[in-house]
Write a protein that binds this ligand. Structure first.
Ligand code: CA
Length: 363
């Protein structure tokens, strides 16, 4: 009995000794890890400090610096400072920069399914999209799509529902869209083409002068808060608030997979949580500022606020369904992601019809 006790005591002592050693080593490596600091570059598709969209990466850098106590610092580059705005994805994939901030629809040429993760005509609202992404399997599909490029995507801000845009003449029927030269990117442009319009791709900075010179007849941008800052009311009379082509546009943070994995676990978490915070923060800011900006546009600047007639909305929806069905037919990834997205959208539609749709009418 005594022998047995001594034996088991020795065993416990020995295993405690082993555990102790392991702990010491762990502590030592954690201390070494925490002493290490990282400096990252973040390239964007926007001019430096661009209101709204461009403030996302600036806030991200600030949050990360503060939460990590300066162990991870992120330097933000405007479009063209390190790489051109449309090369952000490649720069992150190749490791020229550890991070990027952009919009997934810019990578449509590389991955036809990418636009689903930024904006798709008659798609989900911001709240619905965030629910699908974080609790409906969307983020996993997004990660799968970018995985072959060594890029990890994270939602990086949401503009909420965008306005149909600025028009030099009223749109009273689908006929009025025929021959109309409009700046509108992505799948929305494809849809307008089917309605007989001529979609044009221009960067944000080119819109004002193109409307002014008459090179284009119409343009969409974001919504009242951003559009007022650009002064589009000086060059187009009619502002259409109809929501159809960008119903809850999501921006993205791109992270180089190797660089992310090289960070200690706590810094990896800080990157993830800071991105999540920026995603929500941007939506909050747009929601807070859009209405006041719209009041300014209508009351101070006498902008003529309009809605597309139901007939035009119905036609646009029909064309959107055609465009999306074609995309799904031509690309396997698009079909797979669209199936998850559209199933979630349908369940949200049923739920929101019973709840918010009714409430909006009654409050
Ligand atoms: Ca837009």
């Amino acid at each position: 009995m005594k022998k047995l006790l001594i034996k088991s005591f020795a065993l416990v002592a020995f295993s405690l000794f082993l555990t102790g050693c392991g702990e010491k080593e762990n502590t030592a490596s954690t201390v070494a890890e925490k002493a290490k600091s990282f400096e990252w570059k973040l390239v964007t598709s926007w001019p430096k400090n661009f209101p709204g969209l461009g403030m996302g990466p600036e806030k991200f850098a600030q949050y990360v610096d503060e939460m990590s106590g300066g162990r991870l610092t992120v330097k933000v580059y405007g479009s063209g400072e390190l790489v051109p705005g449309f090369e952000v994805f490649d720069a992150v994939s190749q490791g020229t920069a550890q991070m990027g901030h952009s919009g997934a629809y810019y990578w449509k040429g590389k991955m036809p399914a990418a636009p689903i993760f930024s904006a798709i005509p008659f798609g989900m609202t911001a709240t619905e999209f965030n629910a699908w992404l974080h609790y409906g399997g969307g983020l996993v599909l997004w990660q799968e799509l970018y995985q072959p490029f060594g890029v990890v995507p994270m939602a990086g801000g949401n503009s909420g529902a965008q306005f149909a845009g600025w028009f030099k003449k009223e749109i009273n029927s689908i006929e009025d869209l025929k021959g109309l030269k409009m700046r509108i990117p992505g799948l929305g442009g494809e849809v307008l083409k089917r309605a007989g319009a001529i979609p044009v791709t221009l960067t944000g900075g080119e819109i004002f002068s193109s409307l002014q010179s008459g090179a284009i007849d119409a343009s969409e941008w974001v919504g009242p808060y951003n559009d007022l800052a650009f002064g589009f009311h000086q060059v187009a009379e009619y502002y259409y608030s109809s929501v159809w082509h960008e119903t809850g546009t999501t921006l993205e943070f791109l992270v180089n997979e190797k660089a992310l994995k090289a960070l200690p676990k706590d810094l990896q978490k800080i990157v993830e949580i800071a991105a999540r915070a920026v995603n929500e923060d941007m939506l909050d800011e747009y929601n807070a500022r859009n209405n006041n900006a719209l009041k300014d546009l209508v009351e101070k600047h006498q902008v003529k606020l309009r809605q597309f007639p139901p007939e035009v909305m119905k036609a646009l929806k029909g064309y959107s369904e055609e465009v999306i069905a074609e995309q799904a037919q031509n690309d396997e990834s698009f079909a797979k992601i669209w199936s998850s997205y559209s199933e979630f959208l349908q369940s949200m539609r049923e739920y929101n019809d019973l709840t918010l749709k009714e409430y909006y009418k009654n409050r």
